[in-house]
Design a protein around this ligand. Structure first.
Ligand code: AHR
Length: 493
C-alpha cells in the first residue's frame, strides 16, 4: 500500500460553519408526505404529524439547518395554501414532481415548529418563478413580525403568538432552469427587486438572503450575480451540483459496476474545482468575503429503474454514497473560508437520503452515519491540511484516492476525517501532529467489502460505524491504514 504524508496547520481564526452540515426536504415523492410527515392521526408515533423516530435521528445528527419547501417545488408553492384549518386548505397539484395531488396538510407552521423541535435553523425557499413580490413579503411578515399587522394577526389567529424569526431565505431556486429558465441578467434584476421588499421585522440578526446560484460550472452565472446585484442586498449565492454516473447518465442505486462508481466519484470530486472556481469569481468582486458560497443541493443522483422506484427520486443508499458524503464534506470543510452552508439532497426517501421509510419501518443509510461521524466538525476551527494524494486508477484514468479534513473544537480536541475511495488498495496515511498536545486517539470507521452494500429494513444495522484500531500514534506521529471504501474519523484524547 502507498504511504501519504499529511501536514496539518494549527490556526484559530477560521471556523467550519455548522451549516455545512445542513439538510434539505422538498415536496417530492415520499419526502414530506409518507416520509417525514405521516399525519397526526397516524399509528406511527409522531409529534404534530412528524414521525418521532426521524425526529430522534435528526436530533442525534444535530442538524443545524433545514431547507424547505423546494427545490423546483418552491417556485410553484403558494405558502398561503398551507396555513389555517387543515380542512379549509386547498388541494394542489405538484406540477414538478409527477402531477400528484397534495392536501397542504404540511405547511409553514408544521415546518417551522419541526425546526424548533430539532433545534435547527429554518431556511425557506420562496416562490419567485410563479409568485409575486407581495406574496413573498407577506410570508416574511407572517413568520417574523411580532407586532400588529395583517400577516402577524393572521398568524396569531392560526394559533402561533410569537414569530419564528426566520433568518435564511432563498430568493427562488434554480432560476436558470425550473425556476423560470431565466438569463442571469434577468434574474439579477428580479433578485434586486425582490430583495428590496424583504423586511426583517423582528428578526434581530437581520435576514440572510440567498440568491439562486449557478448550475454546476456555469461560472458566467456567478459572475453576473456578483457584478449586477448590489452587495448590500445579498448574503449568499447558492450553487447546485450533484454526483452521478456520467457518459450516458445511466445508473442504478445498487446494481452498478466499477466504471459507474468511478464516474460517480469523478463528479463528486469535481466539487473541489467548482467551489474553487466559483469562490475565485466571488473573490474578484468581493475580496473581503462578505458574500458566502452556499451549496444548497448536493449528493448522489441515480436514474433508478421504474420497478425499483416506489416514489419519485427514491433511491437506495449504499457505501458508494458514503464515499460521496465523506469526500464532499471534506471539500466543504476545507473551503470554509467561502463555503458557509451546504444542504444534502434530500433528508428522507429522496436522492441521497439519510433515512428511508417503509410504513412504520425506518432505516438510517450509510450517508446518515457519515454525517453522524462528521458532526464533530460543526463550529470547530478548521485545521488546513496539505498532502499529495495517492491515485485511484481505473482503465487509464485516475482520481485522488484519499481525502482528508481536520478541525480543533473548543476543548482543543482534534478531529481528523479521512476517506479512501480506492476499490482495491488500502492506503497508509501519516500525519505530523508534533505541534499538538495529544496523548492518543479514539477512532471510528464506516467500511464494507462491497460498495453495493447497504442497510435494509430487515438488516438496518449492516453498515454502522465501528471502532477503528488500525492506527499507531507515537511522539506526534499518527499513522493510519485506510481500507478500500472506508471513512474514518479520529478524535484526540
Ligand atoms: O433535489 C431535486 C431537484 O434537483 C430540486 O428540486 C432541484 O432544485 C434540483 O434540480
Amino acid at each position: 500500500s502507498a504511504q501519504t504524508k499529511v501536514d496539518i496547520e494549527d490556526q484559530d481564526s477560521l471556523l467550519i460553519n455548522r451549516n455545512i452540515y445542513g439538510h434539505f426536504a422538498e415536496h417530492l415523492g415520499r419526502s414530506i408526505y409518507d416520509g417525514l410527515y405521516v399525519g397526526e392521526a397516524s399509528d406511527i408515533p409522531n409529534t404534530d404529524g412528524v414521525r418521532n423516530d426521524l425526529i430522534e435521528a435528526l436530533k442525534n445528527l444535530q442538524i443545524p439547518i433545514l431547507r424547505w419547501p423546494g427545490g423546483c417545488f418552491a417556485d410553484t408553492y403558494h405558502w398561503m395554501d398551507g396555513i389555517g384549518p387543515k380542512e379549509d386548505r386547498p388541494t394542489i397539484v405538484n406540477q414538478w414532481w409527477g402531477g400528484v395531488t397534495e392536501d397542504n396538510s404540511f405547511g409553514t407552521h408544521n415546518f417551522l415548529n419541526l425546526c424548533e423541535e430539532l433545534g435547527a435553523e429554518p431556511y425557506l425557499a420562496a416562490n419567485i418563478g410563479s409568485g409575486t413580490v407581495k406574496e413573498f413579503a407577506d410570508w416574511i411578515q407572517y413568520v417574523n413580525h411580532d407586532g400588529t399587522s395583517p400577516m402577524a394577526d393572521l398568524r396569531k389567529e392560526n394559533g402561533r403568538e410569537k414569530s419564528w424569526g426566520v433568518k435564511y431565505w432563498g430568493v427562488g431556486n434554480e432560476m436558470w432552469g425550473c425556476g423560470g429558465n431565466m438569463t442571469p441578467e434577468y434574474y439579477a434584476n428580479l433578485y434586486r427587486q425582490y430583495a428590496t421588499f424583504m423586511t426583517s421585522w423582528d428578526n434581530e440578526t437581520g435576514l440572510y438572503r440567498i440568491a439562486s446560484g449557478a448550475n454546476v460550472d456555469d461560472y458566467h452565472w456567478t459572475e453576473v450575480l456578483m457584478r449586477d446585484v448590489p452587495h448590500n442586498l445579498i448574503e449568499g449565492v447558492a450553487l447546485h451540483s450533484y454526483s452521478f454516473v456520467e457518459w450516458g447518465n445511466k445508473g442504478d442505486a445498487v446494481d452498478f459496476n466499477e466504471a459507474q462508481y468511478f464516474s460517480t466519484m469523478h463528479t463528486a470530486l469535481r466539487m473541489e474545482e467548482l467551489v474553487t472556481k466559483h469562490s475565485a469569481i466571488m473573490d474578484k468582486y468581493d475580496p473581503k468575503g462578505n458574500i458566502e458560497l452556499i451549496v444548497d443541493e448536493w449528493g448522489g443522483w441515480y436514474d433508478v429503474q421504474e420497478d425499483t422506484n416506489p416514489g419519485f427520486l427514491y433511491q437506495q443508499n449504499t457505501m458508494r454514497d458514503a464515499m460521496i458524503a465523506g469526500v464532499s464534506l471534506n471539500i466543504f470543510n476545507n473551503h470554509s473560508k467561502r463555503v458557509k452552508m451546504a444542504n444534502l439532497a434530500q433528508t428522507v426517501n429522496v436522492l441521497q437520503a439519510v433515512a428511508l421509510t417503509d410504513g412504520a419501518k425506518m432505516l438510517l443509510t450509510p450517508t446518515y452515519h457519515v454525517m453522524e461521524m462528521y458532526k464533530v466538525h460543526q463550529d470547530a476551527k478548521l485545521l488546513p491540511v496539505s498532502f499529495d494524494s495517492p491515485q485511484y486508477s481505473y482503465e487509464g484514468e485516475s482520481l485522488p484516492a484519499v481525502s482528508v479534513s481536520a478541525s480543533k473544537d473548543d476543548k482543543n480536541v482534534i478531529h481528523i476525517s479521512a476517506v479512501n475511495i480506492d476499490s482495491e488498495k488500502e492506503n497508509e496515511v501519516e500525519f505530523d501532529l508534533s505541534g499538538f498536545d495529544i496523548d492518543d486517539f479514539d477512532a471510528e470507521i464506516l467500511v464494507s467489502d462491497k460498495l453495493q452494500d447497504h442497510n435494509t429494513f430487515d438488516i438496518p444495522e449492516k453498515i454502522i460505524p465501528k471502532q477503528f484500531k488500525d492506527f499507531k500514534f507515537k511522539r506526534g506521529n499518527l499513522k493510519i491504514t485506510l481500507p478500500p471504501f472506508s471513512v474514518v474519523v479520529l478524535e484526540s484524547k
